[in-house]
Design a protein around this ligand. Structure first.
Ligand code: MG
Length: 452
């Protein structure tokens, strides 16, 4: 009987200590980036056939961002996350890197991992990197303590990109720059990445951590483990997405078991829209027009969720323009980290995540670049296409009201000459600053890509 109050006092003491530590502790960041997942592939973004209960719950517990933009393909999107810049500004906007590439992220650029590491964070990337596979471009040279995963996309092995001049090696699986496997079984990667992620959090639970998780799925070639293969309603694509959802569940469980839920901002998005494959079992951009590699909304608008219990209000939806470039300034500010030494394009979107946006949202404009061509600009609800090599016959410019017409079906340029003129001026500002291959303008504000 005497033991009960003592135990209770000891318990209360421990609780008070935990609270104090929580208040002093810098937040953890877990940023999960799916590869080629479509805007319409999650239940919480309207999918009627794929089962994504974990991500649906994550959206119910946090905020859904419905106008979050990446770039149209892998390398540029990953560049914008790491640097807070339009990929073209730092020389990585012109398509993706390949196993024969000799360029990568410049050592002159400041990455989010470097800023957080300098603030005392443990930093890891678990999954695909794709900002250069030569030694000087690998994650450990750019602010990461730990990397487990592939240097580039999962289709870049000896079966692909075979040319008379170059035959790619088998797909490398790296641990801290060391080749540990060749052509790993891709059906096991989602599970292995989840396990590696949880192990990293356990190893680093005493200090703040930045865990950047970049699964290879659902990028081609698709794969799923026995537990998931053949179980979805959309073939191997659906199997891979449902396993990815399970993997996110394992990571969230890891956070919960470490007692870090209220200390951890978890972010989920994709690097670009769904790939175009001639099969029914592929990704869905939902109501959006276009797919991966295009500057239609379906190529660049991503299904995005952020969760931070006690900080981000549950069950909220925000439609302000946000982007992968905004990750760096947002996380850096939350961590009290320094600013990058060079100019960036991202803005702090924490007011959007928290639902405390004033009269003026943090970002009102976004430029849609593809292979260094400026193809469209968005300002508020308006999107103007200024370069459409895929669709010249419709006549340019094309203006869409994305609030009324998310699928970009009805060109309203004719009835809105003032809006067209205003957005054309914005496009010209972008060209002068960042350049534009479509019009041959060289940007004043671009910096060189990393070279060997
Ligand atoms: Mg991708």
């Amino acid at each position: 009987m005497l033991r009960t109050p003592l135990s209770r006092r000891a318990f209360l003491g421990a609780a008070a200590f935990t609270t104090l530590r929580a208040a002093e502790r810098l937040p953890n960041f877990v940023f999960i980036l799916a590869d080629d997942l479509g805007y319409g592939d999650l239940g919480c973004f309207g999918s009627k056939d794929l089962r994504t209960p974990v991500l649906d719950q994550m959206a119910a517990d946090g905020v859904k961002l419905t106008s979050f933009y990446a770039a149209p393909v892998c390398t540029p999107s990953r560049t914008s996350i790491m640097t807070g810049c339009y990929p073209i500004r730092v020389g990585l906007g012109n398509g993706v890197l390949f196993p024969y590439s000799k360029t990568g992220i410049s050592s002159e650029e400041t990455t989010i991992s470097q800023l957080l590491k300098a603030r005392g964070y443990a930093t890891a990337i678990i999954g695909k990197w794709h900002l250069g596979h030569q030694e000087k471009f690998l994650p450990q040279q750019h602010g990461f303590d730990y990397h487990f995963g592939t240097p580039y996309s999962n289709d870049m092995n000896r079966n692909h990109y075979k040319t008379p001049e170059f035959i790619a090696p088998p797909l490398p699986l790296l641990r801290n720059g060391e080749l540990i496997e060749q052509d790993p079984n891709q059906a096991e990667l989602t599970r292995r990445y989840a396990e590696e992620s949880v192990a990293f959090m356990k190893r680093n639970k005493e200090k703040p951590f930045f865990l950047y998780i970049t699964p290879n799925m659902p990028h081609l070639p698709l794969a799923a483990s026995d537990k998931f293969r053949g179980k979805s309603k959309r073939g191997i694509y659906g199997d891979a997405v449902e396993e990815l959802d399970w993997g996110v569940g394992e990571i969230l469980r890891g956070i919960r078991e470490l007692g870090l839920e209220k200390d951890t901002l978890v972010f989920f998005t994709s690097d670009n829209g769904p790939a175009q494959v001639a099969k029914p079992d592929n990704g869905s951009a939902g109501p959006l027009r276009g797919r991966k590699a295009s500057t239609w909304e379906g190529g660049m608008r991503e299904p995005t969720i952020a969760r931070w219990p006690g900080t981000i209000p549950a069950g909220t939806v925000r439609s302000e323009i946000t982007s992968t470039m905004d990750v760096l300034p947002t996380l850096a500010k939350l961590a009290g980290a320094a600013k990058p030494k060079s100019r960036i394009d991202g803005v702090d979107i924490f007011p959007v995540l928290e639902g405390k946006v004033g009269a003026k949202p943090p970002r009102d404009t976004f430029y849609y670049y593809s292979v260094d061509r400026l193809q469209a600009v968005r300002n508020g609800k308006w999107k103007l296409h200024v370069d459409r090599p895929d669709l010249k016959q419709e006549g340019l410019p094309l203006l869409y009201d994305l609030e009324a017409d998310i699928g970009e079906t009805t060109n309203v340029a004719g009835g809105n000459p003032e809006v067209v003129g205003r957005l054309q001026k914005i496009a010209e500002i972008a060209r002068q600053d960042l350049g534009d291959l479509a019009t041959g303008v060289k940007g004043n504000g671009i910096r060189p890509v990393g070279t060997l």
